[in-house]
Design a protein around this ligand. Structure first.
Ligand code: SAM
Ligand code: SF4
Length: 356
């Protein structure tokens, strides 16, 4: 069925079946946060002391999560699910959640973004439960730098988790790395070399103003152009001919300088700040307490949890979700940082409390 857009400016939202917004985009990629809690304290995400964690009853239950995904897939055109957090592995009923979702949706791609702590013990179970693929965040190959960035000395555990995920068949394993100036940016070529040698896809992420400490500055962040230059100090990068297809990462083929005919692997660069991809965004986000956020930088949040806990039917939940997505802003506006009153305002929620 073709999508019929609601009338622009219709505050009630779209009448279309899917999660369409007033700028003509349709969200088909659902990012669902399973918890706000985390066992690392990455400096670009969390404060050292952690945050005021949600109470258990504030967080969506397994039943509520499974229902929400079913509504997304069956009524709203969701085609892909990414589980995130906080740290999804700290959720005790993670395996059951994945099993239930998989039994409802045998063909749905279900991936998870994780810091990999404890993944070595659970990778096989996750695969058996129905997880398709994994993204692991790891910013450094040096224990001291890893500890500086995450405020925890756990690099060896993360590396074990990555290895276990690859063995369990949770590939293509993608590795996310945020580059921070003067801390780990010099590691860019080493990280590429490490990833391509293992058949992983490394993705460098520009640091976004989503740190709880509000320490981000546009001048201080490492830009996508700088990331490419850092990698090109050792490798040749050429644009990956595959269609980007709404993905946040722009992919580059990696070749050795002395053997430019052989593609060693690919590297992705997620340039949310300097080369935004809002016009092609297909994401809809739901926080651990059941709020829809149409954009990472949205200041509007729409609660679905109260409907899920009432006697509202699936269509009522779906309509509120549609209405929330209809208002998705055209662009996040990070390019307006530092421009005064009309400029970009950092959201109150940090990355871990939204779900990256
Ligand atoms: N704890 C899991 C992890 O770290 O993979 C999942 C949640 S984390 C919020 C998801 C992703 O967001 C991670 O890859 C992390 O590097 C990224 N992230 C967190 N804060 C960020 C920021 N300020 N700018 C860019 N990426 C950020
Ligand atoms: Fe935790 Fe992930 Fe945030 Fe790091 S980026 S503090 S691992 S939620």
């Amino acid at each position: 069925m073709g999508i019929q857009l609601g009338m622009p400016g219709n505050a009630r939202g779209a009448t279309a079946p899917g999660l369409v917004d007033s700028h003509g985009r349709q969200a088909t990629d659902m990012r669902l946060s399973l918890t706000d809690k985390c066992n690392l304290r990455c400096t670009y995400c969390m404060p050292a002391e952690g945050l005021n964690w949600l109470q258990k009853e504030q967080v969506l239950s397994r039943t509520e999560i499974v229902r929400l995904v079913r509504i997304g897939v069956d009524l709203l055109g969701v085609r892909e699910l990414r589980l995130t957090g906080g740290e999804p592995l700290v959720r005790a009923d993670l395996l059951e959640i994945i099993r239930d979702i998989r039994s409802n949706h045998p063909d749905l791609p279900i991936s998870m973004t994780t810091n990999a702590l404890g993944l070595d013990r659970r990778a096989v179970q996750l695969k058996e439960a129905g997880l398709t693929r994994i993204n692991v965040s790891m910013d450094s190959l040096h224990p001291e730098t890893f500890a500086q960035l995450t405020r925890r000395p756990f690099l060896d555990r993360v590396l074990k988790g990555i290895e276990a995920a690859a063995h369990a068949g949770l590939g293509l394993v993608k590795i996310n790395a945020v580059l921070m100036r003067g801390i780990n940016d010099h590691e860019a070529p080493d990280l590429v070399e490490w990833a391509v040698a293992r058949g992983f896809e490394l993705r460098f992420i520009e640091q976004m103003p989503l740190d709880a400490d509000h320490g981000w500055t546009k001048a201080g962040m490492v830009t996508a152009a700088e990331m490419r230059a850092l990698v090109e100090s050792r490798f040749v990068l050429t644009p990956d001919p595959r269609n980007r297809d709404g993905a946040p990462a722009e992919r580059w083929e990696v070749r050795a300088k002395d053997a430019p005919d052989v593609v060693l692997g690919t590297v992705g660069i997620i340039a949310s700040v300097t080369e935004p991809f809002c016009a092609d965004c297909r994401r809809t986000r739901v926080t651990a307490e059941g709020k829809v956020m149409s954009c990472l930088f949205s200041r509007e949040e729409t609660d679905l949890r109260d409907l899920l806990r009432s006697d509202a039917d699936d269509e009522a939940v779906a309509q509120r979700w549609r209405d929330a997505m209809w208002l998705k802003p055209k662009a996040h506006g990070m390019d307006r940082t530092g421009l005064g009153a009309d400029g970009f305002v950092q959201p109150d929620r940090s990355m871990s409390a939204i779900g990256g």
